[in-house]
Design a protein around this ligand. Sequence first.
Ligand code: FEO
Length: 169
Amino acid sequence: MDQKVAELLNDQINKELYSAYLYLDMANFYSAKGLDGFANWYEIQAREEQDHAMLMYRYLHNNSQTVTLEAVAKPDKAFRELSDPLKAAYEHEQYVTGLISAIYAAAQEVRDYRTIQFLDWFVKEQGEEEKNASDLITKMELFGGDAKGLYMLNSELGGRAYSAPSLQL
Ligand code: FEO
């Protein structure tokens, strides 16, 4: 396997674990505000990010690569308004899409079709994650402005259930 592609995937494990940590911090923020549905949404998001990291970890091992685990950075975003995490999450997913695209481009450069095929799942997943994050901002703007609307939105987000990733290695 090309070493640059392997290194980028190795770095991405760390980025995905940071994403998990960031989303857990968002759940933490909402939990403290008494919004258990929003907290549930981000707790599940955090689990999905751990799944993403594990997929990359297994993929590297399946391709005889050594994985190096680095320190996971402290989540350092300050949230004040209830909509702050929603906006930060959308920005973060756009950033992650850029990272996945960079690995994809590196794999293309060396004609690593196996990694390209592996990453196709992540490309699609990023599209879904950006849409979900953007939809949440819209819903908050439309319905989050009064107590009843916020209550309903919190109930809706509380209904999100975890499911394992459709990609299995
Ligand atoms: Fe692992 Fe939210 O992308």
